[in-house]
Design a protein around this ligand. Structure first.
Ligand code: SAH
Length: 225
């Protein structure tokens, strides 16, 4: 169910932003343990260089986080791939992302054919991300709000992905999961978190598993323009 993305030549990239370079990143992710072909394909398809400032475009296919302004970062491709793979294991249809940032993770989820909802607290980042979704013809529902309250009106969700770190899992988000739903979030101290996967069982009990050590910017409260 992978989306067809019709990229104009300038969007498809050239040189260090070309398809060949994206393919090389995919091979590197595969070598580093990412096995879900659907996820690898989505990363092969989505032009990450369009989700960073032009001056950083030539670094977009390095496996590293990059600054996107406002003290925030676009996540490292391996982390995006690992989170997406963990989420896809439960075959979700409708997903919520907290922390739109550049919009890249949301675009990867949309490229997988999922119904994507995303919440961002920094208005300017969200406006730029929305433009990117439009340029690429991706359908992503988005909201400018404090994502720690989730998006109850649009829920419940089959899966929720939090892309900013907090000392503990957020209860409000667990409540917006369907029975059997999956929550994936970085949990722990600033600059050293564990990527946690929580599955909410049908009887309401939860199963928690640590997937990998990760580094995310912090989940903050309130919204800014
Ligand atoms: N998924 C993003 C990663 C961006 S970094 C990407 O693919 O680029 C994390 C983002 O979470 C930042 O943009 C930050 O502003 C946002 N964020 C932090 N706390 C938040 C909150 N409470 N609600 C919504 N967004 C939040």
């Amino acid at each position: 169910m992978t989306m067809r993305m019709h990229l104009k030549p300038e969007a498809a990239g050239s040189g260090l932003t070309s398809q060949r370079v994206r393919d090389r990143l995919v091979e590197r992710l595969r070598a580093n343990g990412i096995a879900d072909e659907r996820v690898l394909n989505a990363i092969r398809t989505v032009p990450r260089h369009l989700f960073v400032d032009e001056v950083l475009a030539t670094r977009a296919y390095e496996d590293t986080a990059l600054p996107i302004g406002h003290g925030q970062t676009i996540s490292q491709p391996w982390v995006v791939a690992r989170m997406t793979e963990a989420l896809m294991a439960s075959e979700p249809k409708k997903v919520l992302e907290i922390g739109t940032g550049s919009g890249y993770q949301a675009a990867v989820l949309a490229a997988l054919g999922l119904e994507v909802h995303t919440v961002e607290r920094i208005g300017e980042l969200l406006r730029i991300a929305r433009k990117r979704f439009r340029t690429l013809g991706l359908t992503v529902r988005s909201k400018h709000d404090d994502g720690r309250i989730g998006w109850a009106e649009n829920g419940p969700f089959d899966a929720i992905l939090v892309t900013a770190g907090a000392p503990a899992l957020v209860d409000a988000l667990q409540q917006q999961l369907v029975p059997g739903g999956t929550l994936i979030a970085p949990v722990g101290a600033a600059n050293a978190q564990s990527l946690v996967k929580l599955v909410k069982r049908a009887d309401g009990s939860v199963d928690e598993q640590v997937l990998a050590p990760v580094v995310f910017v912090p989940l903050l409260s309130g919204i800014v323009d």
